[in-house]
Ligand binder design. Structure first.
Ligand SMILES: Cc1cc2nc3c(=O)[nH]c(=O)nc-3n(C[C@H](O)[C@H](O)[C@H](O)COP(=O)(O)O)c2cc1C
Length: 229
């Protein structure tokens, strides 16, 4: 069991930005082991078949990956699950983000990749009835990336800005973490609200919005310590 500190994860949420250019270095064996242990736990809890693949540059050796400016991308976490799993995309987002944040605490940079990789080239083992939902590129970054631009809080939260200071501290922390969450094409189609003493996060429809929703929910829960509906 790999224990990581609650504070580390909150720091990781703030410090993590997409990184697509990596140093030409293999993933350290101790980091690999820690990720493998966590992946096993996530798979047991979720029913997903998440896999860590290292030293496979082919997956990012495509026109789209070069177009997306990937460099030395040869390690990735493949987010895989049976097509029959309820809310498969949302689950992949949720557990993938858990892994992304722990990777960040290990000094590994990441980028969620649903489009700009070679789908047919991914080396992960997919069983019958399973789907590769997306991959997460990972490695030691050439830089730490830059913070994404964000929509105004009024677009992302149903509580008005005037009423926000009166909401519980945990809700404000969760909201801040939700706004820092990566979303596909930085689309931020989610909305956070407060229903009694429960946080609710919903999303508009659109490609990859369910993956995004899982990611945003994980960020909110990890920072606030409160379950989201
Ligand atoms: C579900 C999902 C899919 C993504 N797919 C791609 C992709 O195919 N190619 C790429 O270069 N970036 C991809 N990204 C990265 C986003 O562009 C990036 O997360 C977003 O701009 C926010 O920036 P940040 O991660 O630095 O906060 C994806 C992100 C998410 C969450």
């Amino acid at each position: 069991m790999y224990y990581y500190l609650y504070m580390d994860i909150k720091e990781a949420i703030k410090e993590r930005h997409s990184v697509r250019q990596f140093k030409d270095l293999p993933v350290k064996s101790e980091d690999k082991e820690k990720l493998e242990v966590l992946i096993k736990e996530c798979n047991a809890e979720s029913g997903l078949n998440i896999q860590l693949v290292t030293d496979d540059p082919e997956c990012f050796d495509t026109f789209l990956a070069h177009y997306g400016k990937f460099k030395n991308a040869k390690n990735y976490i493949a987010m895989i699950g049976s097509k029959s799993i309820d809310k498969l995309d949302q689950k992949c987002g949720y557990y993938g983000q858990k892994l992304v944040l722990v990777a960040q605490t290990l000094g590994l940079n990441t980028c969620w990749v649903a489009g700009t990789y070679g789908k047919g080239k991914c080396k992960a083992d997919k069983n019958a009835g399973e789907k590769i939902v997306c991959v997460i590129a990972l490695g030691y970054g050439e830089s730490q990336g830059v913070a994404h631009k964000s929509k105004p809080v009024s677009k992302l939260c149903k509580v008005s800005e005037a009423d926000l200071p009166a909401t519980p501290a945990w809700f404000q922390e969760g909201l801040e973490a939700a706004i820092l969450a990566p979303t596909a094409l930085n689309q931020q189609k989610f909305q956070v609200s407060l229903d009694g003493d429960e946080a609710v996060i919903t999303t508009k429809r659109g490609p990859m919005t369910q993956l995004d929703l899982g990611i945003v929910k994980y960020n909110f829960e990890a920072a606030s310590g409160h379950k989201v509906r």
